[in-house]
Design a protein around this ligand. Structure first.
Ligand code: ZN
Ligand code: MN
Length: 145
């Protein structure tokens, strides 16, 4: 919680409950997910409050915005280096903590100093495979045959 103190926004009970919801959350919620969860406790809270708070957290580097889900932005309070795997069916995102040694050949990196990477893996989760066994063979988009 301490890390959220200095985001330059007034710490209202609503905002504190957003921090509380995010803290240690590994579900990679969307802004809508956060709004739905927190407005149960604060029915008068607006979506704009959630949105503005997320933007402030993002600016301060307390939350990462993920673009792995093409349908909506997802947020991750875990800002440590890690990668993601998304289920193309239910859009569940899980953390991949393995470290990959990847380097770009000098001929391609155009004198950039590379400071990081983020790998997006796509797949079908176990629950979705159970529901639709044919997906086991055909993962959907981005698949090579
Ligand atoms: Zn799934
Ligand atoms: Mn993550």
């Amino acid at each position: 919680m301490k890390k959220y103190r200095a985001i330059g926004l007034k710490l209202t009970p609503q905002r504190l409950s957003i921090f509380d919801y995010l803290d240690g959350n590994t579900e990679h919620p969307s802004a809508e997910d956060i709004y739905r969860a927190v407005s149960k406790k604060f029915p008068t809270m607006s979506f704009a409050t959630v949105y503005n708070t997320l933007e402030a957290l993002k600016k301060k580097g307390n939350v990462l915005e993920l673009t792995i889900d093409a349908d909506k932005k997802r947020f991750d309070p875990n800002t440590a280096l890690h990668h993601h795997l998304i289920c193309l069916q239910c859009k569940r995102i899980v953390d991949i903590m393995s470290v990959y040694e990847i380097s770009i050949p000098d001929s391609e990196k155009m004198d950039f100093k590379v400071v990081g990477n983020h790998i997006e893996f796509y797949g079908i989760c176990r629950l979705c495979m159970k529901k639709k066994p044919h997906l086991k063979k055909n993962g959907g988009k981005n698949e090579r045959s």
